[in-house]
Design a protein around this ligand. Structure first.
Ligand SMILES: Nc1ncnc2c1ncn2[C@@H]1O[C@H](COP(=O)(O)OP(=O)(O)OP(=O)(O)O)[C@@H](O)[C@H]1O
Length: 282
C-alpha cells in the first residue's frame, strides 16, 4: 500500500482514486459518497492537492445560503476627481463602482481553483442550485445591489469535488437529480480490517502487529450487542492508537484499560465492569 503525505492508498480505493483523478483532470466534477469515516474528506483533499491548483474547502450546513457560497454586493465606492490645474477651468468627475465581497465558490470559479464542498447535502438544495449553471453553462450568476444579476465566466481550470453521507443520515437533504446528473458519483466501499491496520500503523506510529491487535480488539467490541452502529471503525481505531501511544498502554486485548477504551469507542461505556469481566477477544 502506498502512502502520499499521510494518505494511505489501500487496494480498495487505489482504482477509485485514479479514476476520480482522471475525471477531474478532464473537467468532470466528482462526488465521493459513503458512510461516515470511510475517508471521503481525506480523499477529496488528497485529489484536490494533486490537481495542483488552489484549494477552497467549504462545509455544507443547514443555514448556509447562496450568499455564503457566492458572495454579495458590499455597496458602492465613490470616486471624485476635481481638476483645478488651469485656474479658469474646473473639471469635476464623479464615478460609482459597485464593490463585491466574493465567497469561496466565486473565488474558486474566478481563479480556476479546486472547490471541495464537504458534506454538501447538509445545505438546503436551494442554496446549492447555483452549482447548476456553474457546471452546465460554466457561468456563475452574481446578484447585484439593484436586484439584477451579472455573470462571472467560470475559469476553465475550475474543478469541483463534492462529498456526502448517505441520505438516510440525520441532517442530510436529498440530492437534486439535476446536480447528480452533472457529476460522477463514486461510492467509497469502506476499509477492510487489513487496510485499517495499514492506515493505523502509518498514521500513529504503532507497529503493524500492534495495529492488527488494536483493529481486532475494536472490531470485537463493535460486534457486541448494544454497540453503536457506525459506518466505519477507522476513526475508533485511530483514536485508540493515539491513546495507547500517548499513555503507554499495552496493546494486549486482555489489558483492562485497553478493553475499557475499546468499549468506550464503540458506545458500550454504559456496560458495568461485571458485564465486561471474562470477555476476551476470541
Ligand atoms: N486512506 C487514508 N489514509 C490515511 N488516513 C485516512 C485514510 N482514510 C481515512 N483516513 C483517516 O480516517 C479518519 C476519517 O476519515 P474522513 O474524515 O476523511 O472520513 P469521512 O468519510 O469524510 O467521514 P465523515 O462522513 O464522518 O466526515 C480521518 O482521521 C482520516 O485522516
Amino acid at each position: 500500500m502506498q502512502e502520499h503525505a499521510g494518505v494511505v492508498v489501500t487496494p480498495s480505493i487505489a482504482g477509485l482514486i485514479e479514476r476520480a483523478f482522471m475525471y477531474l483532470a478532464n473537467g468532470i466534477p466528482v462526488h465521493l459518497s459513503g458512510q461516515p469515516g470511510v475517508g471521503k474528506t481525506t480523499l477529496a483533499l488528497h485529489l484536490a492537492h494533486r490537481l495542483g491548483r488552489s484549494v477552497h474547502l467549504l462545509h455544507g450546513d443547514e443555514v448556509l445560503s447562496t450568499t455564503e457560497l457566492v458572495g454579495a454586493p458590499l455597496g458602492f465606492t465613490r470616486r471624485l476627481v476635481v481638476d483645478e490645474f488651469i485656474r479658469s477651468v474646473h473639471r469635476r468627475e464623479e464615478s460609482l463602482t459597485e464593490r463585491w465581497v466574493a465567497n469561496r465558490l466565486a473565488i474558486a470559479c474566478r481563479s480556476g481553483g479546486v472547490m471541495v464542498y464537504d458534506e454538501f447535502t447538509r445545505s438546503r438544495p436551494e442554496a446549492n442550485n447555483v452549482l447548476l449553471p456553474v457546471l452546465e453553462e460554466r457561468i456563475l450568476p452574481l446578484p447585484t445591489a439593484h436586484g439584477d444579476v451579472t455573470f462571472l465566466r467560470v475559469h476553465p481550470e475550475f474543478r469541483l469535488i463534492l462529498t456526502s453521507n448517505p441520505g438516510e443520515q440525520a441532517g442530510v437533504h436529498a440530492v437534486q437529480e439535476a446536480l447528480l446528473d452533472r457529476v460522477v458519483t463514486l461510492t467509497l466501499p469502506g476499509y477492510g480490517l487489513d487496510e485499517m491496520v495499514s492506515i493505523a500503523a502509518a498514521r500513529t506510529g504503532i507497529t503493524p502487529d500492534q495495529a492488527h491487535t488494536l483493529v481486532e480488539t475494536i472490531a470485537h467490541w463493535a460486534a457486541r450487542p448494544g454497540a453503536r452502529p457506525r459506518g466505519s471503525l477507522l476513526r475508533a481505531v485511530l483514536m485508540a492508537a493515539r491513546i495507547v501511544v500517548a499513555e503507554g498502554i499495552p496493546v494486549d486485548p486482555a489489558d483492562a484499560r485497553l478493553r475499557s477504551i475499546a468499549a468506550d469507542l464503540v458506545g458500550l461505556s454504559g456496560q458495568t465492569g461485571e458485564a465486561r469481566e471474562g470477555e476476551m477477544v476470541g
